[in-house]
Structures are given as structure tokens and as C-alpha cells.
Design a protein around this ligand. Structure first.
Ligand SMILES: Nc1ncnc2c1ncn2[C@@H]1O[C@H](COP(=O)(O)OP(=O)(O)OP(=O)(O)O)[C@@H](O)[C@H]1O
Length: 134
């Protein structure tokens, strides 16, 4: 059970510099994701291909909305999955059934996001592609 803290958390003043600095931390995290995670390379390739197809097929604003969402959900899931994996390895690098289950659950989230993104991409890009071919 959580016990209340002895003293209330110190009140930090709002600072635009602190907010801007947190953007740099987030950018550092994304750079680490792209540099170190092989799955992220696949996501990067898929994202670039989807963007290129969107431009080539001159999809509508509504189409772009779906494409941006599809790309974002995959990166979001991969970033959280990687964070969970690294937290698990930091907490317990040994073989542990509970760690395995936690990692499987996080990986399941990435799978759902990837399937949804593939379907969204297909539904968004296939109609303009077919309209050009046929
Ligand atoms: N410490 C552990 N204890 C038990 N099972 C683990 C452990 N680490 C990994 N596993 C199992 O192996 C699977 C893959 O884990 P891993 O951390 O290698 O993920 P990955 O997606 O292959 O990682 P990577 O980002 O290196 O590609 C997990 O989903 C889990 O089933």
C-alpha cells in the first residue's frame, strides 16, 4: 500500500526553458530508438514508403489524416514497448517468467498497432492506386 509523502512535492514554477528542455529529452529518446532498435528501422522504412505513396498518389487531406495516425500508432507502440523492455532488463536481467509475460504483453501491443496501421494504409492507399491503374 502506498504511504502519503511526509512533505508535499515542491511546487515548480512554470518555465518555458524547462518545457523546451523536455522536448530535447524526447528527441534523444527517439534518436536512441532509431539508432538501436532494429524493429524501428522496419517502422522507418514502412513510414517513408507510406509517405512517398501518399505524395505520389496525391491523396486527400482525409487520407493524410489516416496515414499520419497509422504511422504515429506504430511509433508510439514501439517506443513504449522498447521502454518497457529496457525497464524489465534493468530491473531483472535474469530469466524470469513474470518479465517474459510483461514483455509478451508489450509486444502484443506493437502487433495490434502494426496490423491496424497496415489495414489503415491499405484502405487509404489502395483506392487512389486502383483509380490510377484501372
Ligand atoms: N528476462 C526474461 N525472462 C523471461 N523471458 C524473457 C526475458 N527476456 C525476454 N524474454 C522472452 O523473449 C521475448 C523477446 O524478448 P526481447 O527482450 O528479446 O524482445 P525483442 O522484441 O526480441 O527485443 P529486441 O528489441 O531486441 O528485438 C519476450 O517477449 C519474452 O517472451
Amino acid at each position: 500500500m502506498l504511504t502519503p509523502p511526509e512533505e508535499p512535492a515542491p511546487h515548480h514554477r512554470f518555465s518555458i526553458f524547462a518545457r523546451l528542455k523536455s522536448f530535447t529529452y524526447a528527441g534523444r529518446g527517439l534518436r536512441a530508438l532509431v539508432q538501436d532498435e532494429h524493429n524501428a528501422w522496419l517502422h522507418l522504412a514502412a513510414s517513408l514508403m507510406a509517405l512517398a505513396a501518399g505524395f505520389l498518389l496525391q491523396i486527400s487531406i482525409a487520407g493524410w489524416r489516416w496515414l499520419v495516425l497509422a504511422i504515429a500508432i506504430v511509433w508510439l507502440a514501439e517506443a513504449f514497448n522498447t521502454a518497457i523492455e529496457e525497464a524489465c532488463d534493468y530491473i531483472n536481467p535474469e530469466f524470469d517468467r513474470a518479465i517474459g509475460r510483461i514483455k509478451d504483453l508489450a509486444a502484443g501491443g506493437v502487433l495490434i498497432a502494426s496490423i491496424a496501421a497496415a489495414l489503415i494504409g491499405l484502405l487509404t492507399l489502395a483506392p487512389p492506386l486502383l483509380a490510377r491503374i484501372l
